[in-house]
Design a binder for this molecule. Sequence first.
Ligand code: IMP
Length: 183
Amino acid sequence: MDAAHMGADLERVLISEEQIQAKLTELASEIAREYDGKDLLLVGVLKGAVMVMADLARMLTIHVEMDWMAVSSYGQGTKSSGVVRILKDLDTDIVDRHVLIVEDIVDSGLTLSWLRENLESRGPASVEICALLRKPEAAKIEIDAKYVGFEIPNAFVVGYGLDYAERYRNLRSVAVLAPHVYQ
Ligand code: IMP
């Protein structure tokens, strides 16, 4: 879907499909350089990271494996609390492997910081984070994401994997949701 199919649900398009693809191309070439000759496992966090994973992985010029985790963070409303439950764990053993967590967005960073610690405790060679978006204003904890696509303002965004009530994930761009949709 494009923004044109969304009627009045969107306030504005924040990042276009072209901008996303250009940024992912840059990130992919950095990642391919960094992990050249290494055994790299991409770990996507369901469901938001599906689009980033699909596009980024295809842009990489090195061999990778892909695995997925699903986590739910207990929180009130739209805020996460940092208390995380694993709904689907990795199928893969990550001992001595280089792991790159692929995420859609770092908001408070609580989910990712928990996930990183959890994966680090399994004895991997390394764990790094690649996130398409980061909301700096919302950061409660310093989260060291090595690859970040765009810094965005503290607004609720949808599209390119990001949802509101499971909708809008298939929007090609990233857009600010109009407040009347969730008020
Ligand atoms: P964190 O623990 O606060 O960093 O939560 C990150 C998760 O919250 C992301 O993986 C998204 O699923 C969700 N999230 C945070 N901000 C937004 C947003 O603006 N739109 C949609 N989902 C969001």
